[in-house]
Ligand binder design. Structure first.
Ligand code: PEP
Ligand code: MN
Length: 334
């Protein structure tokens, strides 16, 4: 529920409304806005006497939030959330590209990729140090050593880092080595992890679970915001459908719909979304066209030798070509 105040409401009137909400055993959050100030009500599992609140001095109207998610909804906050990562603004007018290898494999591979993606115009460097792999027999990532290499690349090339937190026990370690904490598709509903990253203020990128509906995706983000961290970026990375011709089906419907119903930024990952390098560029451009706030793309100097996801990784040259196309689209878009 949202209590919308008159522009002329005094601080004392606002305090009275807050006190009334608290006396009902509920949590109140003031949502300042340029056009209106509102008070959001949280913690209500049952009936709330909206009429009693509507009658208080200074109150313009009481709006029932119709969705099961609140904090992430546009009803709650109409203005886009912009997540600031070392000056890179995700959710603003800028289309932000995160690129790098699926896994950090060694220093040379990471540095070479970082140099190339930076030169081509990527703003954030990705790289997995702890890898969620379908089979226990494949490369599981370099762990701490991978995080240290990412830090080295950051210092050398000045690119902020995004890397995945695979287990909540590694939160401090990962958080201290990254600028954005990535929560992978397989952990989208790891509620303990969502609550743990919610206690920080560090930006979190939440990837959609491969069989999660949009509502579940947004409710997972709601956990993080409700725990106190507003800096959440969503990522559509493809879902499982009946179609087996591609690894996943990049669900661009949801990108456009999320922009309608939520104020959070959403980016697309056409690498995992398709599983084929030849489809990465067309789907990246499609993501731009439907209004995504950015991209995450896997890039490798020698995809055929990659220790993970080589089939869907762009070469350094192909990434450069993708960035040229993105820049052309940006010019048309203005
Ligand atoms: C990744 O980005 O490397 C990754 C493992 O992605 P997802 O969680 O979407 O499978
Ligand atoms: Mn990958």
């Amino acid at each position: 529920m949202l209590v919308v105040l008159h522009n002329t409401a005094t601080d004392q009137q606002i305090d009275t409304v807050l006190a009334r909400i608290t006396s009902m055993g509920l949590r109140a959050e003031v949502i300042p806005g340029s056009l209106r100030t509102a008070i959001g009500i949280l913690g209500n599992t049952g009936y709330v006497d909206g009429d009693a609140l509507a009658q208080l001095p200074g109150v313009k109207e009481v709006i029932h939030v119709t969705k099961p998610y609140k904090l992430v909804s546009r009803e709650w906050k109409s203005k886009n959330t912009v997540v600031d990562v070392d000056g890179v603004k995700i959710g603003s007018d800028d289309f932000v590209v995160m690129a790098g290898p699926c896994s950090v494999e060694n220093e040379e591979q990471l540095m070479q990729t970082a140099a190339a993606v930076k030169k081509a115009g990527a703003q954030i460097l990705r790289g997995g140090a702890f890898k969620p792999r379908t089979t226990p027999y494949s490369f599981q990532g370099l762990g701490k050593e991978g995080l240290e290499l990412l830090q080295k690349a950051k210092k050398t090339y000045g690119l902020p880092i995004i890397t995945e937190l695979l287990h909540v026990a590694n939160l401090d370690l990962v958080a201290s080595h990254t600028d954005i904490i990535q929560i992978g598709a397989r952990n989208m509903q790891n509620f303990e992890m969502l609550l743990a990253v919610g206690k920080l203020q560090k930006p979190v990128m939440l990837k959609r679970g491969m069989s999660a509906r949009m509502e579940e995706f947004l409710l997972a983000a709601e956990y993080i915001l409700n725990a106190g961290n507003p800096n959440v970026i969503l990522c559509e990375r493809g879902i499982r459908t009946f179609e087996t011709a591609t690894r996943n089906t990049l669900d661009l419907n949801i990108v456009a719909l999320v922009k309608e119903v939520s104020h959070l930024p959403i980016i697309v990952d056409p690498s995992h979304g398709t599983g084929r390098y030849s489809l990465v560029t067309p789907l990246a451009l499609a993501g731009f066209a439907v209004g995504a706030d950015g991209l995450m793309v896997e890039v490798h100097p020698e995809p055929s030798k990659a220790l993970s996801d080589g089939d869907q990784s762009l070469t350094l040259q192909n990434f450069e070509k993708l960035m040229e196309k993105i820049n052309t689209y940006k010019k048309i878009h203005v």
